[in-house]
Design a protein around this ligand. Sequence first.
Ligand code: AMP
Length: 424
Amino acid sequence: MSFKSLGLSEPLLKAVSKKGYETPSPIQVKAIPSILEGKDILASAQTGTGKTAGFTLPLLHLLSKKPIQKHRPIRALILTPTRELAAQVHANVKEYSEFLNIRSTVIFGGVNQKPQVARLRQGIDVLVATPGRLIDLENQGELSLKRIEILVLDEADRMLDMGFLRDIERIMKLMPDRRQNLMFSATFSKDIKKLAYSILNKPVQVEATPENTAVEVIQQKVYRVAKGKKTGLIIKLISEGNWKQVLVFTRTKHGANKLCKKMISAGITAAAIHGNKSQGARTKALAGFKSNSVRVLVATDIAARGLDIPLLPHVINFELPNVSEDYVHRIGRTGRAGASGEAISLVSADETTYLKGIEKLIDMKIEVEIIEGFEPDPNASTVPIKPGQNRNRQSRGRHSGQRNSGNSKNSNRNRSRRRNDNRG
Ligand code: AMP
């Protein structure tokens, strides 16, 4: 199977070949022809499957086949849950549209809106956006969605997890009813199905799983350890193992910062990525990690979701997630594309219940080891930390550039965003 046989135009084939892709991935093979036929799509696909090109290439093909209008109304909207994913998707849109007369931009909160508004005013064909900033700028009359022809909801499940349902519903009302809808989600809960039912019109269902991210092919290990000795153990593992690129998960933003500082004091280059970090800091951290100048990236679940970081040899759960499914998402970051991967979890007594929940979900027992000098505390309580217990203590921080409008239309959104802030 070749990209050409999928029916994409020459300028797109040229861009794909410039990216070095030789054959389309399974999701691309399945989704591109149906999208080119104008059909709605409901796709089950995680990051790492090539889903972004799967919707972006046919979207650009369809837009470029129609004559460009003088005032360049926004004709395609790609909604993403996080700023990082928005920036990443837009970088892809730019690359794939290099040989086309298509203009695109990205808008998200947490940064000054002025440059975003300036670009919108120049006329844009494809807009990549997070829900909050999109609604803000629409309210201000800086953009209109009345001429949208194609809507993409990327990582729809995460959007619902982050409390964006109301925002999505509001955004739907700003668009014409006649449009093509492409919805991507890694999981299909009842809520996602309900949302899909309300948005999609006779969708073609497409499924793809990322290569080699099946739980069985990832080497998983648990180190039982006293809570207070976790930092010492993680530093020992990274230093003695001479690990170069390690993604570490913490449950809270505060925990991510604290661990990051301790790593740096121990001479390990580290950066934290979470919801309270400014956009600039997050982009810098990710770029440093990708270019190997940062050895350890400490992330919370939401911040890490959707990040395109290929081929990670080591993922460490500094703390287990209290939602078992998040464990599977986390360890899916290792062992990509046939490379061997190791997922390590540091588990203290109070996380025993979480470990049991995870083992039940993945239907296997994870190998347990204890390292001399880092033994678990035999007197520690096995009562789990309540979800959100630490989180509520955290300050709100600078986030999404939101003001408190006090306006009831916005208060729901602010409420849901606060929920999101507290999660990372
Ligand atoms: P995504 O799932 O969209 O985040 O894509 C995951 C990674 O796969 C990105 O680094 C893409 O650049 C890359 N990719 C997408 N499509 C292909 C392809 N057909 N061949 C090789 N790499 C691809």
